[in-house]
Design a protein around this ligand. Structure first.
Ligand code: SAM
Length: 248
């Protein structure tokens, strides 16, 4: 593992403990709880909601979330759209099924129907499917994968929806430094490890755009938002008239 001060010019991908531990391990349960705080500190909910609002003008009928975890993050986003987006089908994909009945009920109260897909994202995208969603979103998910894997993922995602939005860790020195201070808010060892690993595996510059198929005819934009977040947005031509320039 690189030292904290080591070069962050290039991505460094290493296994995250949360992906290795059994879902019912108390350390994993604690770390998923910590994720709520991490998302709050990174302003991920506000950033994701802002990007969705700017890029998806019409109520989406079908949303796919990749790496949905326990659904807490998407529920917090859905609550921001409580008045305008009802009657939504939300498909939550994750390698672990952590969506509780209570979570489903919370979504149902907003008029969102939840379907879960449990499995590896690469197995799932290998099955051909047409443009089946209005939006695909991902929060703290893409950084798990190597550039080669992301190329494979993006080659499939291009066909899935007219809008793709991802909010990922920004790979920068300040963010890495802040990870070492997370202990102050009482996160556990798993979170301490995974937070720093996520920053090292995070993104900078136009790294994600360069992995999106160049012949897609879609418009990619990405940039750092605040100290911790790297946002990536792809829209298809038919979505352009409905969009503002969300990242500027
Ligand atoms: C850091 S968590 C983020 C969870 C959620 N998006 C959030 O913000 O709270 C990353 C999630 O990606 C899932 N994941 C990692 N690799 C995966 C894969 N190959 N296929 C499907 N899910 C995966 C993990 O199980 C985990 O729930």
């Amino acid at each position: 593992m690189p030292e904290v001060t080591k070069d962050i010019d290039r991505r460094w991908i290493e296994p995250e403990l949360l992906d290795i531990l059994p879902p019912d391990d108390p350390r994993a349960i604690g770390s998923r709880r910590d994720l709520i705080w991490i998302n709050a500190l990174m302003f991920q909910r506000a950033i994701m909601s802002g990007l969705l609002k700017a890029n998806v003008r019409k109520r989406p009928a079908r949303i796919l979330e990749l790496g949905a975890g326990d659904g807490a993050f998407m529920l917090s986003v859905a609550r921001r759209f409580a008045r305008s987006w009802t009657d939504v089908d939300l498909v939550m994909l994750d390698q672990v099924n952590l969506i509780s009945d209570k979570r489903r009920a919370d979504f149902a109260a907003l008029g969102w129907r939840v379907e879960t897909v449990t499995g590896d994202v690469f197995d799932w995208i290998a099955r051909p499917r047409a443009r089946a969603y209005d939006v695909v979103s991902a929060n703290l998910f893409l950084h798990h994968f190597s550039d080669a894997e992301l190329k494979v993922l993006f080659a499939a995602l291009r066909w899935l929806a007219p809008v793709f939005i991802a909010t990922e860790p920004s790979r920068n020195a300040i963010a890495l430094k802040m990870c070492s201070l997370l202990r102050v808010i009482g996160v556990n060892e798993v979170t301490m490890h995974d937070a720093a690993a996520s920053v090292r595996a995070g993104f900078a510059g136009n790294e994600l755009s360069s992995l999106w198929p160049s012949d897609s005819g879609q418009q990619c934009e990405e940039r750092r938002i605040g100290p911790f977040t790297h946002a990536f947005r792809v829209i298809s031509k038919e979505a352009f008239p409905r969009c503002t320039m969300p990242l500027s």
